[in-house]
Design a protein around this ligand. Structure first.
Ligand code: DQA
Length: 144
């Protein structure tokens, strides 16, 4: 089984970016953590990160065409991007919306999500530990 972990804008700067909010784990550490979880669960995990909205839209098209479940941290796009939502809505397999921080106890503009109502589920506020949890859930519950 294949799983895409797709990270949006600014997440490539994990480790140095606002560590009080996002922690000290780097994106490279996060990739290693996800791949390790995949190995343990027998899941082929592919982690990608982009700062470009069109690239994310194309990755979601690819996931839709290949029937691959997605763990999506869309970063700021979560809160305003109809394009990312429309691409995510085309997925046939499960979508897990993920946030490292608890967006609901942050600024009001982060309380809106263009993804939550089309996601299978949402993980927020568990730090980078949310990623292996999402991968585990998909390994155990994936519907395709
Ligand atoms: C985030 C939360 C978003 O509000 C923010 O724009 C991000 C990261 C998180 O992982 O907590 O870039 O998605």
């Amino acid at each position: 089984m294949k799983v895409f972990v797709l990270n949006g804008p600014n997440l490539g700067r994990l480790g140095t970016r606002e560590p009080a909010v996002y922690g000290s784990t780097t994106h490279a550490d996060l990739v290693a953590m996800c791949e390790r979880a995949g190995r343990e669960l027998g899941v082929d995990v592919e982690v990608r990160q982009t700062d470009f909205e069109g690239e994310m839209v194309q990755w979601l098209h690819e996931a839709a065409d290949r029937n691959v479940p997605v763990v999506l941290n869309a970063g700021a796009w979560t809160h305003y991007s109809v394009a990312v939502r429309d691409a995510a809505a085309q997925l046939n397999a499960d979508l897990i919306e993920l946030h490292i921080s608890n967006v609901h106890k942050r600024e009001p503009f982060r309380h809106t999500s263009y993804l939550s109502d089309i996601a299978t589920g949402v993980i927020a506020g568990l730090g980078v530990a949310g990623y292996p949890l999402a991968i585990r859930w998909l390994a155990e519950h994936a519907r395709s």
